[in-house]
Write a protein that binds this ligand. Structure first.
Ligand SMILES: *Cc1c(COP(=O)(O)O)cnc(C)c1O
Length: 842
């Protein structure tokens, strides 16, 4: 044969040309009527192409397009979507600080391989909400050629890592061009080479996500690989990627002249952005200290995990190899530079930690649930000697999910009938969601049952294909498929397979589990899915274990592992299962979001009271394993938790689900369904999360950014000078007089106060520069105290540069306490006590 290659480009008929526009804004993916326009072109092909409409329009049979061109009804539907889309885009932005949001991953849609798991899906959901809420925000990230791996399984349950390449021509992205019409590129120095990154734009409704891409001919092979894989490669590779994201990201923002006021670092991955911002200010004439105040005043860092291994850190030699010139550029010593990422600056064995860097250079820091905020305070207390965990300035905003992305269409119809017009704009309002109680139980049950059947159909189809590919015998496959019962009570467990998530807890007692899933007339199914990181052998062992169990005859069609968890599967699962299950080791689940997706769809959760469920749980809307640890020993704790799981399943969940009335449904069950919709779902919508970020962080940062930047950063300079002066004088503060109640020899009767009078030699500091406090603590153990009460003293200056403080202290406490007098710096520009991290104990 003698063959030549030809590319025949599909030409969309004029009447369908809007589809091209629509396919290039991911808005289509969370607007059902838009999504259906594509699906109805050729639904089988659409699924096969990973729901990618750009690819669909490119490959669909031209005859089908001609057919649609003559389909009046279809053309009318296009018109409706077009009008909605154009109306949506035309609304002017809301007022507020202009935000730059940095993230290593974005989970926007299955057809965009830019995410690995929860962190990415959160960032993707957040961009969509930023668009819906119409705020001034843009995202910055990397455009991966291969992204995160697709998961295959061998017959043994070994995880196989597949990396299909993305065709950029089939993604909804476009080059960002400069005034001269040329593609905008930024150069980033990496190990003495200049790496060129192209800037792409990915429209997300009304806002943009900007993505950097090094995989092109300007770069050598090694540098081209920088944007190949997400979370692939070794630690050095990760360092380079983070340099690209942080430093390249800021350069891209400059090249596009976007001028954001506030920077949000989603995870420490983006920490280097602050270095580049510092450099820009230093280049502009500020000192390092002044530049630090300028950038801190406009930065928020969100930390995402209490697992120490989840915080990137790099050995000093790597930092030296890649970032040595930054110390020079910033006008500081290498020691001062490396100290930015350390707890103990002089400990040369300590790695440079991205979280510590991000904390050092961000005025505000937050965790992603109430509990995780507290755990993070604990985790980073070591950075703030003199303060207890509860005083550490780290706050929280609980994660949530984007309703339009995760809601099942049929449920949305039912909600909207009751909730009224335009209720989505007020989606975090519980009063609206409580109207769910007006919906007929049967109607809701039927809708949910249909979603379950859709899920189980998908499971059967998927298993058939996957098992055949793995080489399973047709008889085994048939046996499993035939045992999947549409009337079963279906549990879902899908997430990253990290060992702390304890995916195999359910299998502590296989005999008991086998009894429980095989009861006559009360069938139960457990669906599992999730990827383990390619380097995580422990996580991959868990997958192997579940696959192994699923092949035992007593678990055929009862325990099922679905390969290649992704956002589309997550939708089917969270919309279709009866109960969402989660069993993390407390307190390691920072938030978790998949359970919230289930909650939106009226699916009660059964989970450890950790992460978001510690806030979301109510006894009438789901089930819980207690928050407190009973055992230090993890094996004993696992045994206890497994026992509690079996007990709750046997005594509560299964009987409640199958307690059917004459109408064939369980009234009690529908009570749980309605309560999780009415009382839980609204709190975990993205609107609530975005409102919280504005209120707790963006608005205050917008204000502090303006306050520091006015008159050419005058206030930033002043504040930096003040800090420097306080640091210089701090060591010289001395106690001249300390007259206090003799607590060593006498007890203080309850309700009585004692007086303390303390005179300090201030070494040139004024009384306004500091606050003296009496602090009362309760001792927990040798290394830990808990703060009970803080009271500030009033001070009087005298002519000798001394200040005399007097306080009538009524501890308002009974029992044994420890107390001390603590002096700390204060300044009107100080956002929180630890902003200048100095404490002097009198
Ligand atoms: C929602 C989602 C996650 C996050 O799940 P967790 O509950 O946080 O573990 C991970 N992966 C995908 C594909 C998701 O859709």
């Amino acid at each position: 044969m003698k063959l030549k290659r030809i590319y025949i480009q599909n030409q969309l008929p004029k009447k369908l040309s809007f589809l091209q526009v629509l396919s290039h804004n991911i808005w289509w993916s969370w607007n059902d009527h838009a999504q259906r326009l594509f699906q109805d072109i050729d639904s089988a092909l659409f699924v096969k192409l990973n729901y990618n409409p750009v690819a669909l329009l490119e490959t669909v049979d031209p005859a089908r397009l001609v057919e649609l061109e003559g389909d009046k009804n279809y053309l009318k539907r296009i018109k409706v979507v077009k009008k909605d889309f154009e109306t949506y885009l035309a609304v002017p932005k809301k007022k507020g600080p202009k935000l730059a949001y940095f993230s290593m991953e974005y989970g926007l849609h299955i057809s965009l391989k830019l995410y690995s798991g929860g962190l990415g899906v959160l960032a993707g959901d957040y961009l969509k909400e930023a668009s819906d809420s119409n705020v001034e925000l843009f995202g910055v990230g990397l455009l991966y050629r291969y992204g995160y791996f697709n998961q295959g399984l061998s017959m043994n349950g070994d995880q196989i890592h597949l990396y299909p390449a993305q065709k950029f021509t089939q993604l909804p992205i476009e080059p960002v061009r400069g005034a001269d019409g040329n593609w905008l590129k930024v150069s980033v120095p990496i190990m003495g080479r200049i790496v060129q990154a192209k800037i792409w734009k990915l429209p997300v409704g009304r806002i943009n996500l900007y993505l950097l891409d090094t995989d092109h001919e300007d770069n050598n092979q090694e540098d081209r690989a920088l944007t190949h894989m997400l979370y692939g490669g070794d630690n050095e590779h990760r360092l380079k990627q983070e340099i690209l994201l942080g430093i390249g990201g800021v350069r891209a923002i400059q090249a596009m002249d976007l001028q954001p006021e506030v920077y949000h670092l989603n995870e420490g991955h983006a920490g280097f952005l602050s270095l580049e911002r510092l450099k820009n200010f230093v280049d502009g004439g500020l000192t390092f200290g002044e530049a630090k105040e300028a950038i801190r005043a406009s930065s928020l860092y969100t930390t995402h995990t209490p697992v120490p291994a989840g915080h990137d850190h790099f050995p000093e030699y790597l930092m030296r190899n890649y970032l040595y010139s930054y110390a020079d550029d910033l006008g500081i010593s290498w020691e001062a530079f490396i100290a930015l990422g350390r707890t103990n600056p002089t400990d040369s064995s300590e790695d440079f930690n991205m979280s510590k860097l991000s904390i050092a250079l961000s005025q505000r820091v937050n965790g992603v649930s109430k509990l995780h905020g507290e755990v993070s305070q604990e985790m980073f207390t070591e950075l703030y000697p003199g303060y207890t965990a509860e005083e550490v300035h780290i706050g929280y905003v609980t994660n949530s999910v984007h309703y339009p992305t995760w809601i099942a269409h049929d449920l949305h119809e039912i909600y909207s009938e009751q909730f009224g017009k335009d209720w989505i704009a007020d989606q975090s309002n519980k009063d609206i969601w409580r109207k769910i109680h007006k919906v007929d139980d049967k109607k809701l049950f039927d809708a949910q049952h249909t979603l379950k059947v859709r899920l189980l159909d998908y499971v059967r189809e998927k298993l058939q294909v996957d098992m055949q590919r793995r080489g399973e015998s047709p008889r085994v496959t048939f046996d499993i498929l035939s045992k999947i019962d549409n009337n079963a009570l279906v549990f879902g467990f899908a997430r990253r397979f990290a060992t702390y998530k304890r995916a195999t807890l359910l299998f502590q007692d296989e005999a008991r589990l086998a009894e429980l899933v095989n009861r006559h007339d009360q069938p139960v199914i457990f669906l599992f899915a999730g990827k383990a990181h390619p380097a995580d052998q422990g996580g991959q062992d868990l997958i192997r274990h579940i696959v192994h169990v699923s092949k035992k005859p007593e678990f055929a069609g009862k325990v099922i592992f679905l390969e290649d968890y992704n956002m589309e599967m997550a939708k089917l699962l969270t919309q279709g299962v009866d109960v969402w299950l989660n069993t993390p080791t407390r307190p390691l689940e920072a938030s978790g979001t998949s359970g919230m997706k289930a909650a939106l769809n009226g699916r009660p959760n059964f989970s450890v009271l950790d992460g978001w469920w510690a806030e979301g749980y109510r006894p009438d809307a789901g089930w819980a394993l207690p928050l407190e640890r009973t055992y230090e020993d993890q094996h004993l704790q696992n045994e206890l938790d497994a026992e509690l799981i079996y007990h709750t399943l046997e005594e509560e969940i299964i009987p409640t689900f199958f307690k059917r009335g004459d109408d064939g449904i369980s009234k009690e069950w529908m009570g749980y369904v309605k309560q999780i919709i009415a009382e839980v779902a609204p709190t975990f919508t993205m609107k609530r999360m975005m409102d919280d970020y504005y209120e707790r962080f963006y608005f205050p940062l917008g204000t502090s950014e303006q306050a520091t930047s006015k008159s050419s950063y005058g206030p930033a300079k002043e504040y930096a000078a003040w800090k420097e002066s306080v640091i210089g004088k701090w060591e010289g503060i001395e106690v001249k007089e300390n007259i206090s109640f003799d607590t060593f020899n006498h007890a203080l009767p309850v309700g009585e106060s004692f007086t303390a009078q303390i005179t300090l030699g201030m070494n040139g500091l004024s009384k306004d520069d500091v606050t003296l406090e009496a602090c009362f603590y309760h001792r927990i153990d040798e290394n830990k105290v808990e703060l009970h009460r803080v009271e500030a003293f009033g001070g009087e200056s005298n002519d000798n540069g001394e200040v005399t403080y007097k306080l009538d202290v009524d501890p308002h406490l009974a029992g044994v306490y420890e107390y001390g007098f603590r002096l700390r710096p204060t300044h009107e520009m100080m956002p929180h006590a630890q902003d200048l991290n100095l404490v002097y104990w009198v």
